[in-house]
Ligand binder design. Structure first.
Ligand code: NDP
Length: 405
């Protein structure tokens, strides 16, 4: 039915491509375009090997997604209906510009971040609203798991359980073990920038800033474990408090093991997480980029990864019946199952599946509408059906408060 371009060929792109191969009645022709084309070729070779029955036709190409004219040529030559951007947040705006110029729809999984400032916010991408609307094009922002599914979970709370949401807690537990002393589960540069930044949460109409990893509590993750979890800033908080103005407090919690934090503290202490370039043998090198080159590639963690992820959203407020209510919506995913299915670890899987689903819901018309959208603005019902069908079944837990005040 539809031609799409996937940009990027990392851990998440691998999952998006393989889920598109499974969903071949929607995704008939897929071009994977990236900087290092050998990585895209590897994904296509694995699709041929592991999914010989897929009717989707895959090709690959090299592209520098920082370069708008190159992107425009790529899109014009292939003629897709949409671009699924799973490169890095740095490329969001150039890819959006190219989509506008060529008249194709856009989806990504992380909001724009300038390379030289450790700061991310939606303002840059929300500024494209009028241009996408005028051209009759849709841009869907942040359609991975968090951001992404967590916003659909919030929309589900609002549609089916609450008349007013007052307290929102997004919880993200990776209880997996990859056997390495230190590694990040997605792009190390983006991951470390996120964790070493100050924490921030929303309370009574304003942002409250914390030191990095200053606030923590033990949270029980159903079917998985009780794990120490830390408040950090996450991008979906910005759009959720905008679109659900009844929210009095919104926080994002993530688990980190002691060994992970110890390594991170040392790396930070010696300057290895800095984004400021230093002179090294006549070259300018940002220490964090060098660190990225030293650390294991996220996709290389997949074989032998054990344990599960559990990501969910707890809402507290006034139920549809006018009574106080607490409710939790979540997904549990097993790393080894992900590897068996698409040769990926759970963090790439839980990001890539919602990206494929978002693209499908745009292409089949369920979500398609001109403008720039965050996931919570769209109907969560078809998204829930698709999550249950495509490998990320959703569970709910009523009347138990997992995250305390
Ligand atoms: P990886 O680092 O594994 O992959 C990124 C890919 O993008 C690589 O193939 C890389 O090429 C390619 N790329 C980078 N720069 C360019 C460029 N200028 N032109 C073309 N290609 C480029 O990252 P992940 O797959 O782990 O993550 C992908 C995206 O998903 C990121 O934006 C990340 O923030 C987001 N994410 C979102 C989550 C969510 O739940 N919403 C969770 C996890 C990740 P090369 O191989 O040459 O380096």
């Amino acid at each position: 039915m539809s031609k799409v371009i996937i940009i990027g060929a990392g851990g998440v792109a691998n999952v998006v491509a393989k889920k598109c191969a499974q969903n071949d009645s929607v995704f008939t022709e897929v071009l994977i375009a990236t900087r290092t084309v050998a990585k895209a070729d590897k994904i296509v070779a694995e699709i041929k090997e592991h999914m010989p029955d897929s009717k989707a036709v895959f090709t690959t190409a090299t592209v520098d997604a920082d370069n708008v004219p190159e992107l425009v040529k790529l899109i014009q030559d292939f003629g897709p209906k949409m671009v699924i951007n799973v490169a890095l947040p740095y490329q969001d705006l150039t890819i959006m510009d190219a989509c506008l110029e060529t008249g194709v729809h856009y989806l990504d999984t992380a909001n724009y971040e300038p390379k030289d400032v450790a700061k991310f916010e939606y303002s840059w991408q929300w500024a494209y609203q009028d241009r996408f609307k005028e051209k009759g094009l849709m841009a869907l922002l942040g359609c991975g798991f968090d951001p992404g599914a967590t916003q659909a979970f919030t929309a589900h709370h609002a549609k089916h359980h609450f008349s007013e949401i007052h307290y929102l807690d997004i919880v993200d537990c990776n209880n997996g073990n990859h056997g390495k002393a230190f590694a990040t589960n997605f792009n190390p540069e983006i991951n470390i920038r996120e964790i070493t930044a100050n924490g921030r949460y929303w309370e009574n109409g304003q942002w409250v800033e914390t030191q990095p990893l200053e606030i923590s509590q033990d949270i029980y993750y159903p079917k998985v474990a009780t794990r120490k979890s830390y408040v950090l800033y996450h991008e979906e908080l910005e759009s959720l408090v905008k679109h659900f103005p009844t929210i009095k407090r919104a926080r994002f919690w993530m688990t980190f093991g002691e060994a992970y934090i110890k390594h991170l503290n040392v790396l930070e202490g010696i300057g290895m997480t800095s984004i400021e370039p230093i002179d090294f043998r006549g070259m300018k090198v940002a220490p964090i980029e060098f660190l990225k080159a030293v650390l294991p590639a996220p996709e290389s963690l997949a074989a032998g990864y054990s344990g599960q992820t559990c990501i969910g959203v707890q809402a507290k407020g006034i139920g549809k019946d006018g009574q106080p209510k607490v409710h939790f919506v979540y997904n549990v995913k097993d790393h080894a199952d992900c590897y068996r299915e698409v040769q990926a670890q759970g963090v790439s899987y839980t990001t890539g599946v919602p990206a494929m689903i978002g693209a499908m819901l745009m292409l089949n018309g369920d979500w398609m509408q001109p403008g720039v959208w965050n996931v919570e603005q769209l109907d969560p019902d078809p998204f829930f059906d698709a999550m249950n069908k495509w490998g990320l079944p959703i569970s709910e837990l009523a009347d138990i408060e997992l995250v305390k005040d």
